[in-house]
Design a protein around this ligand. Structure first.
Ligand code: DC
Length: 220
């Protein structure tokens, strides 16, 4: 993986396991700090959705790679959040389907998929300042950013959050796969501050995150 070129823009990296509150925190920080929130998981979900749409077995690497070469991903933003189309289609709610939840970790473990998506994630910094959430943002995508938070919550709290959202998602299984894969596993990045929000309200998490970012040198 090459080191990203310096750009005039900066990134706040928010990493953590499934249902740890990354998206909620990233949205709130983006709103308050005037940044674009980028959901990198949506990109892995979009590729997974296409694999399933084409009836490709996610474990058939050759078939996935053949499809990957034909996929055109457009990653933009609406001024507040990231947007994504894939071969001209907006996947919408399909990204959160049970089938995508069950297969996204398999697709996200494929190095060629990651290389393609990491390049698109880095491209955001040529255009804007971002708060980007995912699994490897502080460790691989933007290792040089000083602004890094690893957000976590107790396993039972995270599982309950997904159920309350009405989603069928084996959070523990996905976390194990995401943490144990060979390429860019979920880790606490060097320099990241850990924020456990098991007992926090959303406002409490945001205020703790702002304190961390101030300590990390963000001029706020
Ligand atoms: O954040 P999420 O739950 O929507 O992410 C879906 C999956 O995508 C997650 O199980 C692992 C993968 N992912 C990843 O490998 N790297 C990222 N930066 C973001 C997500």
């Amino acid at each position: 993986m090459t080191t990203p070129c310096p750009t005039p823009h900066f990134a706040i990296a928010i990493d953590g396991p499934a249902a740890s509150g990354k998206s909620t925190l990233a949205h709130q920080l983006a709103k308050r700090l005037g940044l674009v929130m980028v959901n990198s998981g949506a990109m892995y979900r979009a590729v997974t959705w296409q694999v399933l749409q084409h009836n490709i077995d996610p474990n058939d690497h050759a078939a996935v790679l053949a499809l990957l070469g034909r996929l055109h991903l457009e990653c933009g933003d609406d001024g507040l959040s990231s947007t994504i189309t894939i071969n001209g289609h907006d996947p919408g709610d399909a990204l959160r389907s049970e089938a995508v939840n069950a297969n996204v970790s398999t697709i996200a473990a494929i190095p060629e998929v990651r290389a393609k998506l990491v390049a698109l994630q880095r491209e955001y910094l040529t255009r804007t300042n971002v708060v980007m959430e995912g699994r490897d943002i502080g460790s691989v995508v933007f290792p040089d950013t000083p602004f890094k938070i690893y957000i976590d919550a107790a396993a039972h709290v995270r599982a309950a959050r997904r159920t309350n959202m009405g989603e069928i998602d084996s959070v523990a299984q996905r976390d194990a796969a995401d943490s144990q894969r060979a390429t860019a596993p979920l880790v606490i990045a060097a320099g990241a501050a850990i924020l456990d929000n098991s007992d926090h309200t959303i406002e409490g998490s945001v205020s703790a995150a702002l304190d961390i970012l101030k300590r990390q040198g963000l001029p706020i």
